[in-house]
Design a protein around this ligand. Structure first.
Ligand code: SF4
Ligand code: SF4
Length: 349
């Protein structure tokens, strides 16, 4: 059983130590140019936001799984979760903007005791809710069995990781039995209409590589996943997002432990794509941490890289002031700009 870095007292549980590792310019004789130099070369430094389209809220680090590559270092032992008071600050902030989409993430966001209340309140504001559901939570305990129905009632868009359409690859990354439980959950989502043509209920899957390499073409992977999941399990879904693993937290640990860190970073640097850099998700996203802190994205959140703005907490939300900030970048950002790029919604270029 994998444990969170925090519970084992691992040095990479410390975000400052992660940044020290990431900031080394020479690794195994390789020179890894600072990310901001690459951006400057592409005419994109400082990186600035455009109108926010998504408020991404991390409602806590608690999770029923302990995936090997988790950038949140989430797990059952993590107790940091968002309070209802902080959720109310998020609702107040939303009410003063027209940000159309709220993206709920975690951990397993459904484990936050105020999750359902929060979804209902966001829906009342007329915003689209997207939930990053790890699938297995739906079958983890009978109190979650009705989640598909709850999602349907609020027209929640469901986005779920499924590293592969086979048990061996999925379980090696996400834990024993995860594939089987994910298949059960996907069937429950399909049964209430998710992923079914004409239902309007969106079920998207997320693929991420199980080793130290970049994902293949998103469309080809989607076709493969659709074909095999339908043939073997009768499962349907809408789109597949292919995302690149970002060298943060447990994935950074995996890279170092497996001796792949320098090689992986070199791959990311070599594949830097200015078009992907122009389309990175932090330009259109504001990220809120479990304690209400503000960040440019969930990865910066895990590295404790707060927004470069006098507005640091959701209770003080000021869209105009936040629009004046420069996005905080670092070496992990190479993961978003390699090849076709990567975001919470898949490729960007
Ligand atoms: S990757 Fe997702 S499901 Fe896995 S431990 Fe992290 S938060 Fe939980
Ligand atoms: S890691 Fe975050 S800040 Fe860096 S490019 Fe990606 S989304 Fe933007």
């Amino acid at each position: 059983m994998i444990k969170s870095l925090k519970s084992t007292g691992h040095e990479l549980a410390d975000s400052a130590f992660q940044l020290t590792v990431l900031r080394q310019e020479v690794v195994d004789t390789l020179r890894l140019p600072p990310f901001h130099e690459k951006l400057r070369g592409a005419g994109l430094f400082p990186l600035v936001p455009v109108a926010p389209g998504v408020l991404q809220i991390n409602v806590g680090k608690m999770c029923n799984q302990v995936c090997r590559h988790c950038h949140v270092d989430a797990g059952p032992d993590r107790k940091e979760i968002m309070t209802r008071q902080t959720m109310q600050y998020c609702l107040d902030a939303l009410a003063q903007t027209d940000i159309p989409v709220v993206d709920l993430t975690g951990g397993a966001p459904e484990m936050n005791p105020d999750f359902r209340w929060f979804v209902e309140e966001i829906s009342k504001l007329g915003r689209k809710v997207l939930v990053r559901c790890n699938l297995t939570i739906i079958v983890a305990n009978k109190k979650y069995y009705d989640l598909p129905e709850f999602f349907r009632l609020h027209n929640v868009e469901v986005v779920s990781s499924l590293p592969f359409y086979s048990a061996a690859k999925t379980d090696s990354q996400r834990g024993d039995g995860v594939f089987e439980d994910s298949v059960r959950a996907l069937k429950m989502l399909n049964a209430v209409g998710y992923g079914q043509e004409g239902s309007g209920l969106v079920l998207n899957l997320v693929f991420n590589p199980s080793g130290a390499f970049l994902p293949g073409g998103q469309k080809g992977l989607q076709d493969q996943f659709k074909r095999v999941l339908l043939k073997d399990h009768g499962i349907v879904f809408n789109e597949l997002f292919a995302i690149t693993n970002i060298p943060v937290s447990r994935y950074l640990d995996y890279l170092i432990e497996s001796g792949n860190y320098a090689g992986y970073m070199e791959k990311l640097v070599t594949a830097f794509n200015p078009a992907a850099a122009a389309g990175v998700m932090c330009r259109t996203t504001i990220s809120v941490g479990w304690d209400g802190g503000l960040y440019d994205c969930d990865f910066n959140q895990m590295l404790d890289l707060h927004v470069a703005s006098p507005i640091q907490h959701i209770r003080d939300f000021d869209a105009a002031a936040l629009s004046q900030r420069a996005i905080v970048v670092n070496q992990h950002c190479y993961g978003c700009t390699a090849g076709a790029g990567s975001s919470c919604g898949g490729t960007v270029a």
